[in-house]
Design a protein around this ligand. Structure first.
Ligand code: B12
Ligand code: SF4
Length: 478
């Protein structure tokens, strides 16, 4: 029987979450599925201590997962392993939508959810058996020339019957040191223009049973846990039932955080449960404070619900991490408005992403003609990659940097303490550090934005500082 490695590739660039690494659930879930089917497999996380690239060459089959910003590293690994005669299979949110690109680096690409497709592919490879019946697979024709046509996308997996992610399959994870992330649902009906979750996992919510979530939480009891669900409040009834079940089973982690919609903060019963279950901070996709922009993103909430949401959260002693997206048609004023708003409403921490057209999103179809480049490592929300209409790309990027620095200024870090929310100091200090480190790391990208990538930035004078003094000069409207 073949030996299998599952690898989550990483990138070492700074982003909002780079200070604490949390893996995605794909590899540990696929590992559990393969192990249940009797396959010998190990899981490797490139971003975790103890990653040993040489060891990957010892396996017969290497399965590589990546996002857009980690795809360069994934392709580098795939090229090296393929050249060494290993069978490489790729999957995940980037290659699922650009399988042709990935087939230049490996012979097999799994499209969408992998739990049904991967075991079927591994079995077919062992048998030398036909691939054309496996749905959700793109592959090179056996002679290596040309491509077999992509078989239809596989249906969604039966989520309730999946085994729990198994981190014990990773030589890098010591017993008792399971990464503190648990995911209880899949899918999302909202289909926001900048997000690939709906096209990847379907419109329908699928949930794990409370019993399974409780089992997954047991080893994490004394830890601070992140729920990796796109929206823990996907079904209000189920969310409340789950939290009650956690209380009843005494399965609450020390503290927890997760992602939810603005709407959830208008539900006082839910807020009460968040407090009771020791929720510390929720990540909320506020996206914009402008009603028109919100409509364009396809967001369900109204701008005037946001202030109420933040007020409610604070009333229940729960922090708010506001996630904002700057549209390609937004100018510097829109970014400034976001930070003014965040400061006025006392949001605890924020992230401001530049609209990033990830493959598989409506934004990708809309903006692919306006991309400044397709250097995927910069597709992480931190970099402006679309030619904006209201100002130059450099001006937009520098405004985001400047406004982030305003939000995470030293004064605002030192003044962050609030009774019951002392952690704000540490989190804001993290933001202060990340905003500055990002600029240091990205000087080259900033010069390229200023001098080459965006044609309209030519109005910048050579030698002008990369980190612009205020006010940001050089904005040229169309
Ligand atoms: C939890 C989460 C996080 C966490 C932790 C995870 C992490 N390190 O990435 C945090 C908060 C740290 C985070 C950060 C970021 N995230 Co995030 N995150 C998620 C989220 C909500 C869940 C991830 C998860 O566990 N999914 C469930 C598992 C089962 O799915 P999966 O890992 O993709 O695997 C399945 C399939 O993809 C497939 N598959 C995957 N790999 C492979 C490989 C093979 C060989 C096969 C056969 C199959 C296969 O099979 C798996 C099982 O079905 C997803 C959205 C989502 N629902 O997936 C976004 C998502 C992954 N994040 C995204 C982004 C952009 C980011 C950031 C870059 C930017 C940001 N938003 O701040 C950062 C940095 C990420 C990084 N490089 O490390 C995007 C990625 C889009 C893209 N094309 O790149 C997503 C898809 C959301 C979106 N906007 O569309 N994220
Ligand atoms: S951003 Fe959130 S609400 Fe919108 S489609 Fe993605 S997961 Fe769903």
């Amino acid at each position: 029987m073949s030996t299998i490695a599952l690898v989550e590739a990483s990138a070492d660039s700074t982003h909002y979450y780079s200070s604490t690494y949390l893996p995605r659930m794909g590899m540990p879930t696929l590992g559990a599925v393969l192990a249940r089917a009797g396959h010998a497999c190990d899981i490797w996380f490139q971003a975790m201590p103890g990653f040993d690239e040489e060891r990957l060459f010892e396996y017969d089959i290497v399965c590589i997962s990546s996002l857009s910003n980690t795809i360069d590293e994934a392709y580098r690994l795939a090229d090296a392993l393929t050249a060494a005669g290993r069978t490489v299979i790729m999957g995940g949110a980037h290659v699922s939508f650009l399988p042709d690109e990935a087939l230049d680096h490996c012979p097999y690409v799994v499209i969408g959810e992998g739990e049904d497709v991967l075991p079927a592919l591994v079995d077919a490879l062992a048998r030398g058996g036909p691939l054309d019946e496996i749905r959700g697979l793109a592959y090179r024709s056996p002679d290596g020339r040309g491509r077999a046509s992509i078989s239809a996308t596989a249906g969604l997996v039966d989520f309730e019957r999946l085994p729990s992610p198994d981190f014990s399959l990773s030589p890098q994870v010591a017993p008792g040191n399971t990464p503190p992330i648990v995911t209880t649902s899949r899918g999302c009906p909202h289909d926001c223009s900048f997000c690939s979750v709906t096209s990847m996992f379907g419109r329908k919510y699928r949930f794990k049973s409370s019993a399974q979530v409780i089992e997954e939480l047991r080893p994490l009891k004394h830890r601070s846990v992140f729920f990796g669900d796109d929206n823990i409040y996907a079904s209000p009834r189920r969310a409340k039932a789950l939290l009650r079940d956690l209380i009843a089973a005494d399965a609450l982690p020390l503290r927890w955080s997760g992602q939810m919609t603005v709407k959830a903060a208008l539900d006082e019963e839910f807020l009460g449960l968040l407090r009771e279950t020791r929720c510390r901070i929720m990540y909320i996709g506020i996206e914009s404070v402008d009603p028109e922009t919100l409509k364009g993103y396809g967001k369900a909430h109204q701008a005037d619900a946001i202030a109420h949401c933040i007020e409610n959260m604070h009333r229940y002693g729960i922090g708010v991490h506001g996630m904002f997206v700057v549209n390609a048609d937004d100018g510097p004023d829109a970014v400034k408005k976001i930070v003014d708003y965040a400061i006025a409403t006392d949001i605890d921490t924020i992230q401001i992403c530049a609209l990033t057209p990830f493959p598989g999103t409506a934004a990708y179809d809309e903006f692919k003609g306006r991309l400044l480049h397709t250097e995927w490592k910069y597709f992480d929300g931190m970099h402006v990659v679309v030619d904006p209409s209201a100002c130059t790309a450099y001006e937009l990027q520098m405004t985001i940097v400047r406004e982030l620095k305003r939000f995470y200024s030293l004064t605002r870090v030192l003044g962050a303490y609030r009774r019951g929310r002392a952690w704000r100091l540490k989190y804001r200090a993290g933001g202060y550090y990340i905003a500055r480190r990002w600029v240091r790391e990205n000087r080259e990208y900033l010069s390229r934005l200023r001098d080459e990538l965006c044609p309209r930035t030519r109005t910048w004078r050579a030698g002008e500082p990369i980190v612009a003094p205020e006010p940001v000069p050089g904005g040229v409207s169309r």
